[in-house]
Design a protein around this ligand. Structure first.
Ligand code: NAP
Length: 331
């Protein structure tokens, strides 16, 4: 058994420690499943809260969670309520199922800052409101817990009614397998996390990167390169380059690639990401800061979500997807 797991089991038997807190994990998707399983393995009391006809109920029962409740009952039974369901549903679920059942002294845990920072949810004064945003998708939160390694996360306090908010967020972190060191627990605010996270995923990590890759792919294929070759040239090694940047910085990455790649980068980088692109980045940042984006997110309906997924298909092409499948990394 890893050292971190042994410590958690010992801690859970101490009266007055996090062992006495009961967690309601609302949602059993990417983050919710990982967090709930980690809490259970850390011997914390956990109840899963899901909508009445949720498809996820079966998944939670298959994972041996005997206590799966509707959101209302889960909120009533818990001292710590974890918002592990999609951000666009927070405000509606909060008004209908959470707020009417909140009790003085409970703790609301957010995994991302948008709902609080943009005022989509305004909790009463007599609860704690904290954030713990893991720097990893749910499957990695679970895998790292099982292997005894720690991921890092952002944490923040919005409201500290009990004067115990810091202790509670650190207890939650330890219970889901995050070591509470300065390197792994990075303090932030709801405002910075909300804006930074939305900006990062739109402009660089998800939207920007995918468009860069696909534009490079199409440029090559339109000039007669085979789709497979184009895919291998513009996408396949991307994780290795990112790995170099994460280990040695951008300067260190440039020192470790060929002379041709270095010369080419110095001639082309600022032509690809040119002045106009930076202006666009600023415009996007302003839309996020002003709350425009949060409003759009919050007004998503099932019909709009369907349209959104259809529109996302237009950001790629069948040729690209075929090559991606062919060279897919098996996990
Ligand atoms: N995904 C990530 O890697 C990641 C990383 C860091 C932070 N976060 C944050 O973590 C939170 C959860 O994101 P996620 O990606 O894990 O969500 P998700 O996987 O999309 O959540 C889906 C789960 O929520 C359930 N659900 C739907 N409506 C609900 C409601 N009204 N009440 C309770 N449960 C409901 C779904 O049930 P059904 O099966 O019935 O639909 C399903 O079990 C968000 O705040 C997000 O910003 C996510």
């Amino acid at each position: 058994m890893s050292a971190i797991r042994k410590k958690l089991q010992k801690e859970s038997t101490v009266v007055g420690s996090a062992g006495n807190l009961k967690y309601a994990v609302l949602g059993y998707g990417n983050q919710g499943r990982a967090l709930a399983l980690n809490l259970k393995d850390s011997k914390r009391g956990v109840v899963i809260g899901l909508p009445v006809r949720s498809k996820s109920i079966r998944k939670a029962l298959n994972d041996n969670f005997s206590v799966v409740e509707n959101v209302t009952d889960a909120v009533r039974k818990a001292s710590v309520i974890v918002f592990a369901f999609p951000d666009h549903l927070h405000a509606r679920t909060y008004q209908k199922d959470i707020l009417p059942n909140l009790k003085k002294g409970q703790t609301l845990v957010f995994l991302h800052g948008t709902s609080i920072h943009f005022g989509l949810i305004q909790p009463p004064r007599d609860v704690d409101v904290v954030m713990l945003a893991p720097h990893a998708p749910g499957y990695a939160v679970r895998e790292k817990f099982l292997s005894g390694e720690s991921i890092s996360c952002f944490w923040a306090i919005h409201q500290n009614y009990s004067r115990q908010a810091r202790r509670r967020v650190f207890q939650f972190a330890r219970s889901i397998g995050i070591a509470t060191t300065k390197r792994t627990m990075i303090k932030t605010t709801f405002a910075d996390e909300a804006v930074g996270d939305l900006f990062g995923e739109q402009v660089v990590l998800c939207g920007g990167l995918s468009e860069l890759i696909h534009s490079g792919f199409q440029t090559l294929t339109k000039r007669g390169h085979s789709p497979d070759n184009a895919y291998l040239e513009v996408c396949y090694q991307i994780d290795l380059i990112v790995d170099l940047i994460k280990r040695f910085g951008i300067a260190g990455m440039y020192q470790r690639i060929s002379v041709a790649a270095r010369l080419g980068s110095s001639l082309s980088a600022r032509r690809v990401i040119a002045k106009q692109t930076r202006k666009n980045m600023n415009a996007i940042l302003k839309e996020i800061e002003s709350g425009d984006f949060a409003q759009k997110l919050s007004s998503l309906t099932p019909a709009k979500l369907k349209r959104l997924d259809k529109n996302l298909q237009k950001l790629t092409s069948p040729e690209f997807e075929k090559s991606a499948r062919k060279f897919a990394v098996k996990s």
